[in-house]
Design a protein around this ligand. Structure first.
Ligand code: ATP
Length: 223
């Protein structure tokens, strides 16, 4: 790396956005000295299906909540490109669209280790890894392991993992992949949705700025 990359991209379903997302974004921004961190809510997650019991809120609502929850942080931005594009949200297409807009330096794609281990099943995983650096964050329940363990099989030949297992370099593109240690909060959107279904409190899990809107939307309430 010739200098710290300064722009992070944080994709997700954000169904709904929670304090685990915000705290992770803040810690990664600090650890990597990011100047900008762009949240990218997806339109339709290719790997998650909603159901009548556990729905995915409409993209427009999730986008609005992400905007409202991040507005107070000058480093945070929200890009609606996946919602505007609609259909399944493939990160490889998102990066192809965003990278030219961001400028010369490759951005840092921020991803939980739970999602990173699945990257081999994403669209064009080989290309994806050439388009950005990857900051892999361990989130609770914290998995034992290193990048060598978490690297999807189909990508193992494309990267060289350092001896300590904490970082790797893409052999052709030169991008890095590294574990960024954060004190992640044990908060998940599925747990929040379960609480809302059960009529329980989600205060201090969902950002103050959106809690009323999330609750009053009734989108996650018991049907
Ligand atoms: P769900 O519980 O519905 O699967 P989620 O809480 O995992 O949702 P997503 O919107 O799918 O939320 O997550 C977007 C990204 O944020 C993913 O890379 C995920 O690993 C990461 N992430 C989610 N929650 C946390 C957390 N508490 N700490 C750190 N990273 C998180």
């Amino acid at each position: 790396m010739t200098g710290p990359p300064r722009v992070g991209i944080f994709g997700g379903t954000f169904n709904p956005i929670h304090l685990g997302h915000l705290r992770a974004a803040e810690e990664v921004s600090e650890a990597l000295a990011l100047e900008r961190l762009i949240f990218v809510p997806c339109a339709q997650p290719p790997h998650k299906r909603g159901s009548a019991e556990d729905p995915i809120a409409p993209a427009a609502e999730r986008l609005a909540w992400v905007r409202a929850a991040t507005v107070g942080n000058p480093r945070f931005e929200v890009d609606p490109l996946e919602v505007d594009r609609s259909g399944p949200s493939y990160s490889v297409e998102t990066l192809r669209a965003l990278v030219p807009r961001i400028g010369a330096q490759a951005p840092v794609f921020i991803i939980g280790h739970d999602a990173f281990v699945e990257v081999g099943t994403w669209r064009e995983p080989e290309a994806l890894l050439t388009l950005a650096h990857f900051a892999v964050i361990a989130r609770p329940p914290v998995a034992e392991g290193t990048l060598a363990d978490w690297m999807p099989k189909c990508l193992r030949d494309d990267v060289e993992v350092a001896d300590d297992g904490l970082s790797a370099r893409h052999r052709a593109a030169g991008n890095w992949i590294r574990i960024v240690e954060i004190r992640a909060l044990d908060v998940s959107a599925s747990d929040i949705r379960a609480r809302l279904r059960e009529g329980r409190s989600v205060r201090y899990l969902v950002p103050e700025a959106v809690i009323d809107s999330v609750q009053h939307s009734g989108l996650y309430a018991q049907r």
